[in-house]
Ligand binder design. Structure first.
Ligand SMILES: [Zn+2]
Length: 525
């Protein structure tokens, strides 16, 4: 895990500190001390793609950007030639699901061998009370490991705690202690620790019922945001979950009316290590009577783009629900809408439905989105662009097959708005560097070519994940290092513009700033 940050290192805004009843005077004083970063290779992602050596940060924003910045009284940080980029924006993922996982959720997206995974879990066990579950549920894949499999029960027995690993690809595995706990509660576990079939849903539900508390959720939410801050992400746009009133067995299921509570609790404490943007997922059946049972009240009773710089609501997605009638209601209310497309038929129908609505209620100013788009011909790009829509792409490192898309190269030469998303948290990984590796090399995490000739340069993929995503979060002052923008930035542990392809996957942040505050700091530690 990245360094835990102390309160002195982690400085909330005056407003959140006041709300939390902290001594904002002292902390605010520190917060206002300017920081001057010098001797870096700072990729600004501004319109001219400038690379500068210095930036000055004052009051949470970039105050000067260049090669000879004058700053009196600033705290100087020498980057010693290191590469820095704007804080990464993941414009569609499921971080809120990750923040609600049962047990001591332990992200493993930065390890690439079974031995390293076991070592990480053993380290984790030292901070987990005896007998309590260490879990990794969702953003994990067998194909990220050199062995192309999950650890076995015997290997996991080296960890002196019950362990439960559920991967987006490669199955589910527990160790002897976990097996005993689950079996005592009626869950069938294989002799090798594998859990599959109907037992899998029961296992997840049993873990949720047995382990989740408001405190554990808050711990997981903080841990998740910290972990990804350590990989350079400073803004997450969460795209929801499948609603379940009760604790459910589905990996993508949560109570969508309460699942944001742990994040709101962190916000009240002034300890958000990254920004959260919240979209609301709805699934009203198109034929239901009455129609739009959940979407209608949402549009009448909630506020889009309401909140502050740390947590803000957005639009409806990644399912809008209610068919064309749902889209009409969203357009009439003036909200943003997003649906995902898993194949050509789906995206073709989605575009057609939007054309129907757009003919009645113009949507061109609402920035409607379709995400994933594995198969996406230029004709559909033209038609979406004509409606002022955008597409989110990424979603790749675990996929298999040849030319599975999306057509990154075509999109880069097309005027349509495009941005980067991982879609990680339940069915794939969030680690942006695993995703960037795939987009740059065209290979999945098992090293198989999957993108044909539709790869991008490193500059292009980093632009998609930073400046290009301004449009998708509808905030112009994030995503690039320019005077006046919020000071979100990651100093990386390697030069991602020149390292060999395989090293790209292993990229970490040494220093991540969000609003000028160090939210991850391994530079001096
Ligand atoms: Zn998604």
């Amino acid at each position: 895990m990245p360094n835990a940050f102390s309160r002195s290192r982690f400085l909330g805004s005056a407003a959140t500190l006041a709300f939390a009843g902290l001594d904002s005077g002292q902390l605010f004083g520190q917060n206002s001390q300017p920081i001057l970063l010098v001797n870096g290779r700072i990729h600004t992602m501004d319109a001219a793609n400038r690379v500068v050596s210095q930036v000055l940060i004052e009051n949470g924003r970039f105050a000067a950007v260049g090669d000879s910045v004058a700053a009196r009284g600033a705290r100087r940080i020498d980057l010693r030639g290191r590469t820095a980029i704007p804080g990464i924006i993941d414009a569609h993922n499921h971080i809120v699901l990750v923040g609600n996982r049962p047990g001591w959720h332990t992200p493993l997206e930065h390890v690439f061998t079974i031995a390293d995974a076991i070592a990480e879990l053993k380290t984790r066990s030292m901070t987990v009370p005896r007998g309590e579950f260490i879990t990794t549920v969702g953003p994990l894949a067998a194909m990220q490991f050199a062995e192309r499999r999950l650890p076995t029960l015997t290997e996991l027995d080296a960890v002196d705690r019950p362990v439960y690993l559920q991967a987006a690809q490669g199955g589910t595995r527990t160790n002897s202690a976990g097996k005993a706990w689950l079996e005592a509660k009626g869950v069938t576990v294989g002799a090798d620790g594998a859990i599959s079939g109907p037992a899998l849903g029961l296992a997840r539900q049993t873990l949720r019922k047995g382990l989740l508390t408001p405190e554990s959720r808050k711990r997981s939410a903080l841990g998740a945001l910290q972990y990804y801050a350590g990989l350079g992400i400073t803004t997450h746009r969460d795209c929801g979950a499948f609603h379940s009133e009760e604790l459910a067995g589905g990996v993508a299921s949560e109570n969508t009316y309460t699942m944001h509570n742990p994040f709101l609790a962190l916000h009240r404490d002034g300890t958000m290590p990254a920004r959260l943007r919240i979209d609301f997922l709805h699934q009203d059946p198109p034929t239901a009577n009455p129609p739009l049972a959940t979407l209608g009240p949402r549009l009448r009773n909630a506020f889009p783009f309401f909140g502050d710089e740390w947590i803000k609501t957005g639009g409806i997605g990644e399912f809008t629900g209610g068919g064309v009638e749902g889209l009409r209601a969203i357009a009439r209310a003036g909200w943003r809408a997003e649906d995902h497309a898993l194949n050509l038929t789906m995206v073709t129908n989605l575009v057609k439905d939007r054309e129907t609505v757009n003919a009645e209620i113009p949507i061109s100013g609402l920035r409607w989105i379709i995400s994933h788009i594995p198969d996406f011909p230029v004709d559909l790009a033209n038609r979406m662009n004509a409606m002022g829509m955008g597409v989110l792409v990424g979603w790749g490192p675990l996929r298999t097959g040849t030319n599975v898309g999306p057509p990154y190269r075509m999109l880069m030469t097309h005027p349509i708005k495009k941005g980067y998303h991982s879609d990680g948290g339940d069915i794939t990984v969030i680690n942006p560097w695993l995703n960037f590796y795939t987009i740059v090399t065209g290979r999945n995490l098992a090293g198989q070519p999957i993108l044909g000739d539709q790869t991008l340069t490193r500059q292009e993929v980093l632009w998609l994940a930073t400046a290009a995503n301004k449009w998708f979060i509808e905030e112009d002052d994030l995503g690039s290092i320019e005077v006046g923008n919020r000071a979100d930035l990651a100093v990386l542990d390697r030069d991602v513009f020149s390292v060999p392809d395989e090293d790209l996957k292993r990229t970490r942040s040494l220093l991540t700033l969000a609003g000028g505050r160090p939210v991850h700091d391994a530079l001096n530690g």
